[in-house]
Design a protein around this ligand. Structure first.
Ligand code: HEM
Length: 358
């Protein structure tokens, strides 16, 4: 009995000793951790006092260059003073003025729709179709339109999203939106450049200005004022279309070049290069967005039957005569513009006899 008690006692003492030693060990470790944290804090503190004190930050804010192992331009500059000028130009001037210009353009086309209204055909459609845009032309136009418009939306989200979207959506969703906008803009931008070049190569010939366009402008395209309702002469493209074409090419080139500088910052671009590119990119894009508000208005609502050509490839004879009389005279006798041409072509392809061949 005494032996059993002794055994139990020994067991208890051993267990107690073990538990005690473990707890001492643990407490030692905790205090070691606390010591380490204190040591870390004191090192940081020392660094702040010795390395990043008030004088240090004053120099940084003055734009002074420090030392870094990186040899890239300006890597020693923590705060770039001229960057403030860029920030003010972008955020305080270009951004609000751009928003004003876009809303102004939208307001103007709404006003034009209400006061002037859509430009109607003065005679009924005859039903005879004239070929205007090939399949290739239409594919090019709509790819360009899609790319441009989606780039415009993603670009506007990057500039104005923080004012209009961020306050009304959960922050996680906002994070996704802005990330998606940036990625889309960066990757689709180069496709716009390729399409722009293709548009230039394919359509520049029909967009060269001549005296007919000067007269078209003098009569304001027959859209407003005392010339309203008249149809000033025009070739394949009228003066307004040529102007929008060259606007696209001119500012499109600025957008493309500045976009490449921003998209590929691997050619030793300095901060100044990036800031200048950013301002040029934004300014040119805003001009084009405003310009194309008018183009889209005319295509969709402002001119009866204008859209037919860009959808089906053909326009009605009446539309062709009224808006592009000189071009109509050039092409009216071409075989492909004669009634029944497509059916005959289709039948020939399938080897079927046509009405004429019977
Ligand atoms: C919903 C959007 C758009 C609509 C409804 C639209 C409509 C049209 C139409 C109907 C034409 C043919 C006019 C004619 O036959 O004389 C046209 C031509 C053209 N469009 Fe668009 N368009 C849109 C967007 C865009 C965009 C975003 C761009 C460029 C960024 C663009 C660039 C052009 C060009 C360069 C032409 C040829 C003008 C010429 O030289 O005659 N379009 N568009």
């Amino acid at each position: 009995m005494t032996k059993r008690i002794q055994r139990w006692f020994t067991l208890l003492v051993t267990a107690f000793t073990l538990a005690f030693s473990l707890s001492v060990l643990a407490s030692n470790e905790t205090s070691q951790n606390t010591d380490n944290t204190r040591l870390g804090e004191s090192v940081i503190q020392k660094e702040i006092v010795g390395f990043a004190g008030a004088d240090y930050w004053r120099m940084v804010k003055d734009g002074q260059e420090g030392y870094t192992t990186s040899q890239s331009p300006e890597h020693g500059v923590l705060i770039s003073i001229p960057g403030q000028t860029w920030f003010i130009l972008k955020e305080k001037w270009m951004s609000p003025l751009g928003a004003l210009a876009i809303f102004g353009s939208l307001a103007l086309v709404a006003l034009a729709y209400v006061t002037v209204g859509p430009l109607k055909l003065s005679k009924p459609k005859t039903g005879r179709k004239i070929k205007r845009w090939s399949r290739m032309d239409r594919a090019l136009h709509w790819s360009m339109a899609f790319t441009f418009l989606t780039l415009a939306f993603s670009g506007l989200t990057l500039v104005y999203g923080k004012h209009f979207i961020k306050p009304v959506v959960p922050s996680e969703l906002w994070g996704w939106i802005i990330y998606a906008a940036k990625q889309y803009h960066n990757y689709i931008g180069p496709i716009f450049a390729i399409l722009l070049l293709t548009v230039l190569i394919k359509w520049w010939r029909k967009s060269v200005f001549n005296m007919v366009d000067v007269k078209w402008f003098m009569k304001m395209g027959g859209m407003v004022g005392k010339h309203k309702g008249t149809h000033p002469s025009a070739g394949f493209s009228n003066g307004g279309e040529k102007a929008i074409f060259w606007l696209l090419i001119f500012f499109g080139i600025f957008i493309t070049v500045s976009g490449f500088i921003l998209d590929f910052p691997i050619f030793d671009q300095t901060r100044r290069d990036m800031e200048l590119s950013n301002l040029v990119h934004m300014f040119s894009a805003l001009i084009l967005i405003c310009g194309f508000v008018f183009h889209i208005y005319i295509g969709l609502f402002g001119m009866e039957a204008a859209l037919d050509g860009m959808i089906t490839g053909e326009v009605d004879e009446t539309w062709a005569k009224e808006h592009h009389d000189l071009w109509f005279d050039e092409v009216k006798d071409l075989p492909e513009n004669q009634p029944g041409y497509d059916e005959k072509l289709e039948a020939t392809k399938k080897g079927k006899p046509t009405q004429e061949s019977l």
